[in-house]
Design a protein. Sequence first.
Lengths: 388, 303
Amino acid sequence: MKRIKFLLVISVLVLALGVASLGVMAADKPPVVIGLQGPITGALAYEGEMAKQSCEIAAQLINEEGGILDGRMIEIRIADDAFEPKAGALAAMKLISQKDVVASVSTYGSSVCEPASNLYEKFKKVNIAYGATHVRLTERGLKYFFRTCGIDSAQGIFFADYVPRVFGAKRIAIMHDNTTFALGVAEETKKALQPKVDAGEVEIVYYDAITPGEKDFSVPLTKVRETHPDVLYFTGYYPEAALVVSQARDIGIDCPFVGGNAAINDEFVKIAGIEKAKGCFMTQEPMPAELPYPESKVFLDAYKAKYGEIPSSPWPVYAADALNIIAYAIDKTGSTDSDVLAEYLRNEVDGVPGVTGPIGFTEKGNREGVPYLMYVVNEEGGFDIYNK
Amino acid sequence: MRIFLEQMLNGLTIGSFYALIALGYSMVYGVMKLINFAHGDLFALGSYLGFTLLVWGNAYVTSRIGLAGGMIAAMLIAAIGIGLAGIIVERIAYRPIYPAGRLPAVVSALGVSIFLENIIMVTWGPRYQAYPVSVVPTLRFEISGIHITLLQIVILILSFVLLAILYYIIQKTTFGAAIRASALDRDTAALMGINIETVIFFIFALGPALGGTAGVMVGMYYRQISFTMGWNYGLKAFTATILGGIGNIPGAMLGGLLLGIIEMLGSAYISTAYKDVFVFLILILVLIFRPRGLLGEKVAENV
């Protein structure tokens, strides 16, 4: 009996070895491994899953074209950070410790990205964030950190250009909630408006914070009302945004309401109610469906063919572009060395066509020229691009 | 002046929420000498019960019995449901440990608070829930520059009616006298033939019932509810209780209304960011300079 068992084990082992060697033989060149760190589990698992699918589609498209470096396939290795800073550091270490991982797409969320990117930096591995927009991330002088998504200040610049021009707004009220993100957007908006303020074209009539988690905004809103604004810009998150717009209408503020890119979503419409939500605006990165580039069409068609629907948030396509640009850099430099790649990404990459438009990086590692769009809530509670 | 009046109105509205919740604290403390820290979460549970009733079957209730009917039905269901919950909490979490003294009961109350909060999270989910717009009156009007909503008026009237009824029960009826007697001295009251069991049963049903009703009102007023809301409202209402004099029923009403007004005027004329600071500053000042509160007869104990 023992003997039979022993033989069985041996034969299984032999078989396994055979299959493994067959596999190696089939692919004549080793794959190029690129890491993906994202919230695969946890509260934002939905985002993580879409990012994973996006990277797989991006890799699939490259591999179908014959891969990179004369026929080497791209392989994705996933590390889950569960949208937690601590788990993010562990996930980063997991990818760093695997020597065949060349570079990493990492990650969603500024708070998770910050510690992870410090580790990548320490161990010299190129990492490109796809959903971490806080200004500070690229202010740390990191050499190996880049991002394909936008940055909070770009949103402020967009607002400062668009709103006075299109809405003809002269008296602008800005409200934030003192969180790093919302304060960041508000400050950048104020900064971007400053030239127009100096020229006397617009006036910032209100600039103050509300307390997040608070439910009663009647006092700050009364103050807003007394300044008679032409537009109210709220840069915080949707739970407060919904209450702000609802209470603002109740006390007689009838000017257009513009929310930042975290202020308006389905929940906003639900809480504020369609009557008050419709006609609200938001400054937002383009949704995948509205990307106009030929590369976007190819990508989204492939995504839809495999998963039935295109990604429902702006972020996953930035993950695809992070992967694309890493692959592009490896292919062009013919190297998988982190220093060569970082150097190339920073200085040579410029206007490379990507799913989300031309890709280029600034000296600090920010994406160049991320477009923002003005969306408006329509009668059914959906979001349309505002064309005017 | 216009802004002052508007903020007074807002202050009265949230003050009446505090007053309704504070009554629960005060009645329980009066008779049991127990600070029922689970009270805030019972209030939140009431908010969710009303929410469930109003969104149930796509606003079926509202479509059958109208807006006003739906509102009253939600408040009634919340009052009854939370009244029952209050009795159950007393039976399970407080009664078995009374003989051990007062401090274990307070710890038990904190435990119940955490338990209820998590029950709400598991049942209704951790995300914000919203009372649909279709179940509350949305009419708003302007009287010589003062903006007011119909809902605000309804809430103010309803809560003042409730406060008046409770005031009448406590101050004018025989049973109210029994409650007041129990609050003054339980043992002597029992010797005088007052059934303490009945009194305890009554306050643990009535206090939470009022809190549950306030929960529905808060839900309708802000339309956004979360499973953690009980703690904050609980603390504010507790402060109102201390301000008015703990154990004193009219004191709790006065404390709640005053606190709402102080909070609103303070944030209107000094700083919005310090809104909660005013509230807890008052708690500290009252505890230092007048521990028995505005209308209280007895010294509040440190717990």
